[in-house]
Design a protein around this ligand. Structure first.
Ligand code: ZN
Length: 169
């Protein structure tokens, strides 16, 4: 048998027939085999064979996506612990009765009584009105600021982990 260009005739390792032209190298059930075109097509279509590709020069590090610096600013308010004392003291120093202040706040007197006795925390909205009317501070702004930026290579910040997880969602 004449060998084309002096090359050894290759036979399909699945069906045993001589392979015309270029053989296909494929992983069949995890084993690398030389296949004829028809076996290659048959097996890849059934999902049993995976073409063995020339592996591209593998990068040792996955390319890092450059992330824009995200600044998350979240303003939260907390009502101070002694809000009720501050309210009562401020009200009394103005000489206002409970009903006067309740009217100014557009809330019921019993509600104000509960607030002043510390049994009920005002809502943030109401607390803002109280601050304005009594000229006191019962809200503590809590500013949470988180910055996500590319950390130096080799380090992984908590912020980075959070971002990575979000990307995988
Ligand atoms: Zn074959």
């Amino acid at each position: 048998m004449a060998l084309a260009r002096g090359k050894e005739q290759l036979y399909c390792e699945v069906c045993g027939s001589p392979i015309p032209g270029r053989p296909y190298r494929a992983l069949v059930d995890g084993v690398e085999m030389i296949l004829c075109p028809s076996c290659y097509l048959k097996l890849t279509r059934s999902g049993r064979a995976i073409l063995v590709k020339q592996r591209p020069a593998k990068t040792t590090q996955a390319p890092r996506r450059t992330r824009p610096v995200k600044k998350v600013s979240l303003e939260l308010y907390d009502i101070v612990e002694d809000y009720y004392e501050r309210i009562r003291e401020a009200r009394e120093s103005k000489g206002w009765s409970l009903s006067v202040l309740a009217q100014k706040l557009r809330i019921s007197e019993s509600m104000l009584r509960k607030i002043e006795s510390g049994k009920m925390k005002p809502s943030i909205d109401l607390a803002k009105r109280i601050e304005k009317i009594l000229k006191i501070r019962i809200l503590e702004p809590t500013e949470l600021e988180e910055e996500f930026e590319a950390p130096p290579p080799g380090t992984l910040t908590l912020g980075d982990v959070v971002v990575v997880r979000r990307d995988e969602d």
